[in-house]
Design a protein around this ligand. Structure first.
Ligand code: NAD
Ligand code: MG
Length: 385
């Protein structure tokens, strides 16, 4: 019997981190937690370390900011520790479950070390799609998609000739406000935005689902993962979140991947790929009536989706600016500094202020990212409370 794959889980304390741990717990003969990181939840990281007997640990916030956590288990803090952990020579797989742009450097470090990456984070690919995919190609490391839509596409493409792919249809739940009259969107609060109808996820991605900036980021993610242009990437609202995406082949036949709305299915597929083993949760129950409706998104309700598509079509640094500006706007909305509808205003304003030349290096990329954040923060100050 082959040895369990040694997995490093970056962002172990979040929603994707927890779902990944459920899969690892279920398959100790196939998967071994070998390293883990968190941003600030030291106690939670320690309890994960104790349960899975892990000693390669990293916390990205400095210990001074933490009060006095019980540090019986040694933890590495700050500096380049996250990248060093991601590049650990003994790792077989690095799972990127960190939220936001902070995932870019560790993703690059793992790929540079030639280690396969299970990628749940989408922001790093939107920010650095070119450099991330080029690094993987150069070192031969694989990027195995774990975002449910992209994992669905990945599954549908297995055994198919690349040339027979025509287009991809990403499904979207429509988020917390898909049935709210549009004129009431201006009143919605951060708390209401965090009530997703189907998925239990971290706060940023839940708000991104309500604006559909999430699907916008996923369009760009799909472009980098599967090499299709914007006009071959469609989005459809599918309220039950059972069909996780559809692949259309050149002969017109469509394949879809279906499972209940829980990330354990996509994560297990990615972590155990190419093997299939019994799942953490029950499959779909076809003995009960099931709704499988699909409808096109109304872009008046979801302006962030249109902005993301325009950014993808424009190329250069536009996707990067969309991502950076969305992060700043979502943070400001969560702090009640701006209203829900101002999220798209801030992104639009930032995109219009920038020239969108293609950054040619990681430094240029990060400098452009900082510039987009600064413009967005200024706009928050101008609009906000
Ligand atoms: P979350 O907020 O629940 O967890 C985020 C994790 O990242 C935590 O472990 C936190 O400690 C760590 N983290 C936060 N900021 C960090 C920083 N600056 N440096 C290092 N670590 C940091 O988020 P989540 O919902 O688990 O989402 C993680 C990623 O997966 C996001 O990119 C999200 O878009 C993507 N994703 C999530 C879901 C889901 O169901 N939650 C589904 C698909 C894709
Ligand atoms: Mg998704």
């Amino acid at each position: 019997m082959s040895k369990p794959k040694k997995c490093i889980l970056l962002g172990a304390t979040g929603s994707i981190g927890e779902s990944s741990l459920r899969v690892i717990r279920k398959h100790p003969d196939k998967l071994k937690l070998f390293g883990a990181s968190a941003h600030s939840q030291a106690e939670k990281l320690i309890s994960i370390a104790q349960e899975f007997k892990v000693t390669n640990l990293h916390l990205s916030r400095s210990p001074d900011a933490l009060g006095s956590p019980s540090l019986e288990t040694p933890i590495n803090f700050g500096g380049n520790g996250l990248e060093e952990l991601a590049a650990h020579p003994e790792a077989d797989l690095v799972v990127i479950a960190i939220v936001g742009t902070a995932a870019l450097r560790p993703t690059l470090a793992a790929l540079e070390a030639g280690t396969d990456v299970v990628l749940a984070n989408k922001e790093s690919l939107v920010l650095g799609g070119r450099i991330v995919t080029e690094t993987a190609r150069r070192t031969g490391a694989r990027i195995i998609p774990a975002d449910s839509e992209h994992n669905a596409v990945f599954q549908c493409l297995q055994g198919q000739n690349e040339k027979s792919l025509d287009s991809i249809v990403l499904t979207a739940s429509g988020g917390a406000f898909r049935d709210l009259p549009i004129e009431r969107l201006k009143e919605v609060t951060p708390e209401q935005s965090l009530q997703h109808p189907n998925w239990k996820m971290g706060p940023k991605v839940t708000i991104d689902s309500a604006t559909m900036a999430n699907k916008g980021l996923e369009l760009i993610e799909a472009h980098w993962l599967f090499g299709l242009p914007s006009d071959k990437l469609e989005v459809v609202i599918h309220p039950p979140s059972i069909v996780h995406s559809v692949v259309r082949f050149v002969d017109g036949c469509c394949f879809a991947q279906m499972s209940p709305p829980s990330m354990t299915f996509a994560l297990q597929n990615a972590l155990l790929y190419p093997e299939r083993c019994s799942g953490v949760e029950s499959s779909l129950d076809f003995s009960k009536a099931m709704d499988l409706s699909f409808a096109p998104p109304n872009l008046k309700r979801y302006p962030c989706l249109k902005l993301a598509r325009d950014a993808l079509t424009q190329g250069g640094s536009a996707p990067l600016a969309f991502n950076a500006s969305n992060e700043i706007a979502v943070d400001a909305f969560r702090l009640n500094r701006i209203g829900f509808l101002e999220i798209s205003d801030i992104i639009d304003h930032t995109l219009n202020k920038m020239s969108h030349a293609q950054p040619n290096s990681l430094d240029e990329l990060l400098a452009t990212d900082s510039y987009a954040r600064r413009l967005s923060s200024d706009r928050v100050d101008a609009l906000g409370k």
